[in-house]
Design a protein around this ligand. Structure first.
Ligand code: ADP
Ligand code: MG
Ligand code: ZN
Length: 606
């Protein structure tokens, strides 16, 4: 273990320093002049002695002029006896001021006790460090059941509703909670019950965490922030004890907000879990329910939770009296996207020609977090160009980077491959252009990006929530366009189409089994799409239909794919000239932008 070895090193250093100090004392004391007993006697008789110290056999003499001298005698006899033998008179002896120092003082300490004490001291030292460490671990074990919720009260980085763009309905809903928290008494005086909990639901990155912080910022109350997974530890009961601790702390700090992020980690429907933490999760969830029921609604604790999987939550959580306010946060629409971009562009120098509205148009389906990431990527790209401002191209390039992965410029295709890729992408683009139900083409490229050898970027002209059957069918034809174009042009197909085929097949399957869009099988859902907790649904899909139906589904899926294939083939055969034109242009320029692409279809551009 690292800290222990570190402590041992510290202990050794301490011991070394101590012994260095002691040995230093010995070395540094300047050695006084050694004299003979006869000299001492004559000095006594001359009366130049100030004092004499006897320490065992050693005699230290201090003269009147402060010089020190030493001499030795036999340790068995006393100095006065020796001196009297030398003929010193008792009067002279008295004047010499002789002090006898016990052996047990200085030299005894230095010579006997210290050497034997040192190993002991070392042991004590090591022991002390170990105890200290253990008590550290011990205190950790004691606080194990405490919640590690972070409370942030600092008003410096206060987030308000201003910092959240769009999400108008969600803000309105939460505004009410802010009112409650600001002035709980006003409501309770009227006999109104305050809401206990609000559940924010929305896709990842749509700003749930941000909104919860904004609520706390607006209300100016303490904010306990904790993620659902932090309740769950290896030991059963810890989560429940953390919940108790958290609510206890919150009640003391009321009015305040408890924010449980990603509550689905603990709030999953009970009884469906698999794996070890299952019991623990249930207990934790039960404790949350108990706490939420238990506190007086008017003390001003509001539990805000966020999840991107409301479908898996336990119904008990959603019951009135618990998370009775439910706030859905959608993916931002075009106006919201523009507003979000504006917020995140605030501290970034943008070139004058940048039109954030256009960026918003180009980014349907992007969440707030994606947009933030997009501007960040743009700034990085600008910095790498050694520019001081972000230009439109930085942003457009970053959109593709966010969507498809980074460009792989080093990916060199040989001439043959380049031709195949060009025809493949031209096939996608041509069909997308010819089918009115398909989204318009924004860009075609044969520069490799992420996993794709080339790509055709088509974007919806407006946001949409619902998708029509005819649009799915058109999309499938576009996906197969690459495959068909290769086949029609070269009489052979490559592995480049595998991803297209996979996507196309899964759409066809969904049309039949989930959306009821097959005429023969009718509006019915096939298969139980309840997702199992840890396994993907593909593995664990439950069949609620017969073998015969399974065959029929296969046939229908096949029919959809063949239909799309025929559409693609018809178009490509009829518009072979256009296909060649797009492919040739791609081989020369590698990328075609929207305007140039559309110009290829006007006869004048030949
Ligand atoms: P979630 O919790 O829904 O997964 P977050 O709240 O963590 O998403 O959002 C991630 C980041 O995306 C935020 O820190 C913020 O910078 C940005 N963001 C998301 N939605 C918005 C929005 N509506 N307005 C401004 N910024 C947003
Ligand atoms: Mg979040
Ligand atoms: Zn393709």
């Amino acid at each position: 273990m690292k800290p222990l070895s570190k402590n041992i090193i510290i202990a050794l250093v301490v011991v070394l320093v101590i012994s260095a100090i002691f040995s230093g004392i010995n070395l540094n004391s300047e050695s006084p002049e050694e004299i003979s007993m006869a000299t001492l006697v004559s000095e006594i008789q001359e009366g130049v002695i100030k004092s004499i110290q006897i320490e065992g056999a050693e005699i230290t003499i201090l003269l009147q002029n402060e010089t020190e001298q030493t001499t030795r005698k036999e340790s068995a006899v006393s100095l006065s006896e020796v001196l009297i033998d030398y003929g010193i008179t008792p009067e002279e002896l008295k004047a010499a001021d002789i002090t006898v120092m016990d052996r047990s003082t200085r030299s005894y300490i230095m010579g006997v006790i210290l050497p034997s004490m040192l190993p002991l001291m070392l042991l004590i030292l090591i022991f002390w460090f170990m105890v200290k460490q253990m008590s550290g671990a011990n205190s950790k074990a004691l606080s194990f059941g405490m919640s590690n919720a972070r409370e942030n009260k600092d008003s410096k980085q206060k987030i308000t509703f201003e910092d959240v763009a769009g999400a108008k309905e969600a803000k309105e809903e939460l505004q009410e909670i802010v009112e409650f928290l600001k002035n709980p008494k006003k409501f309770s005086d009227l006999g109104a019950k305050l809401p206990k909990g609000a559940l924010l639901m929305g896709r990842p990155g749509t700003g749930k965490t941000l909104l919860a912080r904004a609520v706390a910022g607006e209300a100016g109350v303490p904010f306990f922030h904790l993620s659902g997974s932090e309740f769950v530890e290896m030991f059963v009961g810890v989560g429940a004890s953390r919940v108790r601790d958290l609510f206890g702390r919150a009640k003391k700090a009321a009015p305040c907000i408890i924010f449980i992020d990603e509550i689905d980690a603990v709030g999953r429907q009970r009884g469906t879990g698999m794996g070890g933490s299952h019991d623990e999760r249930e207990q934790t969830l039960n404790q949350i329910l108990v706490e939420m029921d238990g506190f007086d609604p008017n003390i001003g604790v509001i539990v805000v939770a966020a999840t991107n999987r409301p479908d898996v939550l336990d119904p008990a959580l959603l019951r009135p009296g618990r998370f009775d306010r439910r706030v859905v946060i959608d993916l931002p629409d075009i106006n919201d996207r523009e507003a979000i971009l504006k917020i995140h562009a605030k501290n970034k120098p943008l070139a004058d020609d940048i039109d954030l509205r256009r960026v918003g148009e180009r980014t349907p389906g992007f969440s707030g977090a994606d947009l933030m990431n997009l501007l960040n990527e743009s700034a990085i790209r600008a910095a790498r160009r050694d520019d001081k401002v972000i230009i439109q191209e930085d942003i457009l390039d970053s959109i593709e980077k966010v969507l498809l992965g980074p460009e792989r410029k080093s990916f060199v295709m040989n001439k043959e491959e380049k031709k195949v890729t060009a025809y493949h992408e031209a096939g996608h683009a041509l069909i997308a252009h010819m089918l009115p139900e398909s989204d318009p083409v924004h860009k075609v490229s044969i520069i490799a990006r992420g996993n794709a050898g080339g790509y055709t970027l088509k974007l919806p002209s407006e946001d949409r929530r619902l998708q029509k059957r005819s649009e799915f069918v058109a999309d499938m034809a576009v996906m197969l366009g690459g495959f068909v174009a290769e086949k029609e042009t070269f009489g052979d197909v490559t592995t480049g189409a595998s991803d297209d085929l996979r996507k196309c097949t899964s759409i066809a399957r969904e049309l039949v089994t989930r959306f009821g869009m097959s005429e023969t099988l009718g509006p019915r859902v096939y298969g139980n799409s309840q997702e199992m907790v840890f396994l993907g649904k593909e593995i664990h899909e439950q069949r609620n239909y017969s073998e015969k139906t399974a065959e029929a589904i296969d046939l229908e899926v096949d029919k959809f794919i063949r239909g799309a294939m025929d559409t693609a083939r018809d178009i490509i055969r009829k518009e072979k000239m256009q296909l060649d034109k797009i492919a040739k242009e791609l081989m020369v320029n590698e990328t075609i932008e929207k305007e140039a692409f559309e110009a290829l279809f006007t006869p004048a551009a030949v």
